[in-house]
Design a protein around this ligand. Sequence first.
Ligand code: N01
Length: 531
Amino acid sequence: MTQYVDAVVIGAGFSGIYMTYKLHEDGFSVKTFEKAAGVGGVWNVARYPGARCDSDSFYYNFMFSEDLYKKWSWSKRFAGQDEILSYLNFVADELDVRQYMQFNTEVKSAVWNEEHSMWHITTGKGDEFAATYLISGVGCLSTSSIPNFKGIADFQGQSYHTGEWPHTDVNFKGKRVGVIGTGSSGVQSIPVIAETAKEVYVFQRTPQYSVPTRNRSFTHEEVEQFKNEFHSARRIMLTSPSGLPIPKATKSIVETPEEERNTILENAWDKGGMILNNAFNDITINEKSNELVSEFLRNKIRAKIKNPEVAEDLLPYYYYATKRPILDTNYHDTYNQEHVTLVNLQQQPIECITKNGIKTTEKEYPLDLIVFATGYDAMTGTLLKLDIKGRKGLSLRDKWQNGKKVETYLGLGLAGFPNFFTITGPQSPSVLTNVPSAIEQHVEWISDCLKYMRQHHLKTIEPTEDAQRQWSKDCTELAHNTLFTKTASWYTGSNIDGKSPDFLIYLGGLDNYRQICNKVSQQGYKGYVLG
Ligand code: N01
């Protein structure tokens, strides 16, 4: 039997938890479906060794409630996956949202019913729901990708993707472990795996820049200070491009005299975290500026690695920060250990996976365990897994798949898909900001929109094709004025075969984006058709 709710939310990570809470608070009935057995989203599933957040813990959390903020005390500067998952469970309890959530339930399809102006939602468990609003909180990086290596099914050892890690301990002791991939997940997991494994082989296609995390435990006084500074931090976060309490960078690195430049870079290096990435305003827009930071970071690698040949193989050549910047704890030092071998896939590409291990064009590496740290079908992958059909049976897959250009309005909605909202959707600031800040802004905007609809007795809201086209054009232009589009990365979708090479992140900053969204709503939802 079909049940009715005002809104169906998909996912119970940061987005789903807050959206569910807001909807209930605003007097809407809500049902939230989550594929996993509990809340947490990516922090519930990416349990690989060393998994940790790269944003400072006291800012990588909800800030909409001072009370909630002050009830939780982070133990470290950068929280590990387990602590973030505990935090999200704490939030779900505090906000009492579990009662509206159904776990272990995957949404299979959502079809717009023209006659009733409603979404018809079907789950993998056979639930049928009708909802006025459909809200996606599926996240940007929630569909793991394992490249289609020849022979992959033949491997007789254990194998895991970092984004779908078992919930029980994986024992590396005495094992020969191969890790494919050196993005954030590979760089975080390799040093931890090397602590106990007998042999580690890192299959590296692209060498990475990395800055030390410099993680450390907080003292009681520091925790209290963060809590006391709630209002001042939040004020800056609401007006900064990154959604972090970091003011906009104003200095150009090329225009900064060498001595001063080196002092700034060294200080940022010593402090660790994302400080270096935010130190200058032209790192991702000017090739010369970028090269100054890139070479600074290459020199750090040269200085760390004892074997000059290995050092050479570890030197990155792409424009720094045009792939997601990486923070590490002892990553490069790991290659000084006898039992760790770097396999440079530029010199010996993977030919296939065999029953015993990984075979490159040079040799076969016998392995007991393979870790696929090979990333995600980002931005659109999870949305496309859901079978979403809008007006006249128009399918999201038909619109976006097979190399077709992805277009949205504000990264929040799509023409032809009424009453459908995407929290941190493609072409919103999402992953190039502090994600919880971006989520709060979206959830609050959607919540205001739904209240407006109710107040004005409106049934449907849907972006116009024109507004969508213009927004997508603006996003693309912003991206093409930077170096981001010159590098193959998951930002550009080039890690997934057949994906249109679009840069699906709004680069104008969360501060500007917030103003644009506010203006849209203040002007009676300009760019939308309301009915
Ligand atoms: O994935 P990635 P990730 N043969 O796509 C390689 C977030 N995150 O899971 O660079 C050989 O970055 C690929 O090589 P190349 C964060 O936003 C955050 O590490 O394409 N290698 C690359 O080295 C992050 O950016 C946190 O040449 C292949 C790697 O696999 C995002 O998630 C922690 C290959 C994939 O790197 C994704 O990170 C973890 C092939 N066929 C993740 N295909 C924190 O907050 C791919 N690769 C810390």
